[in-house]
Design a protein around this ligand. Structure first.
Ligand code: COA
Length: 173
């Protein structure tokens, strides 16, 4: 099967629904993922969150993407060695060149099938053209009340991030 080389195609900027880029990543947690306390290292989970989010963003943009911001990552419960970690990523919002992705992390205790939601994170990705410059992404088609609610919440987070960014750009007093 030949896949289009999107980096050399004109981007398809027609609106795309959330479902077209939704991504689930699953990985069994091994001893090599453990921290000194014996639970899974937070950094291992953050890396997988970024990977799952990046796949969803790249699927939506049909471009390569970079992470520009990762915030609001909450660790609600520990993850244990032997758990199956499942990362569900979906777009919540698109701007001109940036996209917000929500990643929900669940841990399955495989022998019992018990599933616990352990984390939720929000990340912003930017699509890049062949020259590595930010490039437009297709608008996100929000179709359900839940998707509209997520969009509104994402807009509030974006306003906060841009305020933080502007403050960080201010020269020191
Ligand atoms: C991502 C990058 C290309 C953006 O460059 P830039 O000069 O800030 O570009 P712009 O100002 O045009 O911003 C591009 C988009 O990112 C958004 N953005 C930039 N910084 C942001 C922040 N802190 N929070 C939220 N959005 C941000 C802008 O609002 C803009 O979105 P829009 O086009 O939807 O309105 C640049 O910051 C970069 O290369 N960063 C390093 C990325 C990286 O290495 N990531 C880790 C490995 S993947």
């Amino acid at each position: 099967m030949t896949t289009p080389d999107r980096d050399h195609d004109q981007p398809d900027l027609r609106p795309r629904p959330v479902s077209e880029s939704e991504t689930t990543l699953a990985q069994l947690m091994l001893l090599t993922d453990a921290n000194p306390a014996g639970n899974v290292h937070g950094g291992t989970i953050m890396k997988l969150v970024d990977t799952a989010g990046g796949i969803a963003a790249s699927r939506h943009a049909q471009r390569r993407v970079v992470t520009v911001m990762m915030d609001s990552m909450t660790f609600l419960h520990p993850v244990y060695v032997g758990d199956l970690l499942m990362l569900h990523a979906r777009l919540t919002w698109t701007g001109r060149t940036s996209m917000e992705v929500e990643v929900v992390v669940e841990a399955e205790h495989v022998p019992t099938g018990r599933v616990t939601q352990t984390s939720i994170a929000y990340l912003v990705y930017v699509a890049l053209d062949e020259a590595g410059r930010p490039t437009p992404v297709p608008p996100l088609l929000v179709q359900t009340d839940e998707e509209r609610r997520r969009w509104a919440a994402a807009e509030a987070r974006r306003a906060h991030r841009l305020t933080q960014r502007a403050r960080a750009d201010e020269p020191p007093a």
